[in-house]
Design a protein around this ligand. Structure first.
Ligand code: B12
Length: 299
């Protein structure tokens, strides 16, 4: 069993290493028994200067390594300490992972839904944990949701749009203000009849089918939060389909993905979605079928 003395010497070694790397600004010697004397005044290791720094030791051609690192957001040049990561890359990884966790469990800001007049309904997933474990429940509206949509939604519109948290409510908060008005205005200008927009909590992409069993739209469109990447929680997608039915699948759908400032610009994405919708209406098809028609391979 590990003794108290061993634990203290491990702590001593970690703090000494932090001091060596200039991360502990307090110069006072570390006294394990008096934790009150220790002031770990750490800098923000998620700042760009730490992310872009090379952690490999004794690099032969630092310029080449820096150039290589600048070509990708992937974690290269992070070095290692024996078989494990070095401290800072490890901390950055943990911080980014925390962002991912936060995005998965975050609830949408109700003020945003109010701003866009979106009423809220829920799928058959009763909480976030169940939503994550049972994707099938996120593809079905709850009984209450079905009733609410029956009562509140315009039926048989040209285009039904709804918003859903999906795997990142943060993505909706980040993009809705930009993309939603562009889609609305674009559809209006094209003279298309829009359904009543709403918000679905715990939605999956396949919910398009169930929603259309109630509203009976020609095209159904959902703005939904994408699975967050490490440290990237703000990307949303628009998935859409022509007359989705209970047996429609992803081959019948189209997606505009990676929507955020820094990826697919939300304003441009909105305009692109409107063009997509027009093509779907023109050819009365979506997904693979639409592509085959547009390429003249099928009618
Ligand atoms: C997870 C994922 C998958 C998973 C989906 C499994 C699952 N149950 O989650 C797997 C590995 C199966 C997958 C496969 C494919 N994917 Co994928 N996928 C993703 C990823 C990483 C996240 C998607 C997400 O968060 N969706 C939101 C959540 C809430 O949706 P969900 O209901 O939980 O899951 C559904 C969607 O993810 C959907 N889906 C996933 N990929 C695709 C691709 C297309 C074209 C469509 C219509 C739907 C779709 O399938 C799931 C089941 O319905 C995105 C990357 C991104 N930046 O978005 C790429 C992404 C969406 N996929 C892409 C592609 C190309 C594919 C494939 C066509 C690859 C291939 N050549 O086989 C296949 C198609 C699969 C299909 N469903 O028909 C591209 C789409 C590019 C585009 N603009 O068309 C993306 C953007 C990745 C990329 N940057 O290239 N994918």
């Amino acid at each position: 069993m590990i003794t108290q003395q061993q634990i203290e010497s491990i702590i001593d070694a970690v703090v000494a290493e932090l001091q060596r790397q200039g991360l502990v600004r307090n110069e006072r010697p570390f006294v394990p028994s008096g934790a009150g004397d220790l002031n770990l005044d750490l800098p923000d290791i998620t700042a760009l200067e730490y992310r872009t720094r090379a952690y490999v030791e004794n690099v032969r051609k630092p310029d080449v390594l820096r150039a290589l690192m600048s070509t990708t957001p992937s974690r290269i040049g992070i070095g290692h300490a024996g078989p494990r990561y070095r401290n800072i890359p490890q901390f950055i990884f943990l911080a980014d992972h925390a962002v991912t966790q936060d995005a998965l469990f975050k609830e949408i800001d109700p003020a945003l839904l109010q701003q866009f007049n979106l009423f809220e309904v829920q799928t058959q997933a009763s909480n976030r944990q169940e939503y994550l474990l049972r994707p099938d429940l996120g593809r079905k509206l709850s009984d209450t949701a079905r009733k609410t949509l029956q009562e509140k939604c315009v039926k048989k519109p040209d285009v039904q749009i709804y918003v859903s948290d999906g795997l990142s409510a943060a993505a909706i908060e980040h993009n809705l203000r930009d993309i939603f008005p562009v889609i609305q205005q674009g559809l209006q200008q094209a003279g298309l009849k829009m359904g009543t927009p709403f918000y679905v909590k715990y939605g999956r992409v396949g919910l398009l089918n169930d929603v259309n069993s109630i509203v009976d739209a020609k095209v159904v469109v959902t703005l939904i939060g994408e699975r967050p990447g490490l440290g990237r929680a703000e990307a949303a997608s628009v998935y859409m389909g022509y007359r989705p039915q209970s047996d429609s699948n992803d081959a019948d759908r189209d997606v505009v993905c990676n929507i955020f400032n820094g990826g697919t610009n939300p304003l441009e994405a909105g305009a692109y979605v409107v063009e997509y919708i027009k093509r779907m209406l023109k050819h009365q098809a979506s997904g693979i079928k639409l592509k085959l028609i547009e390429q003249g391979i099928s009618k």
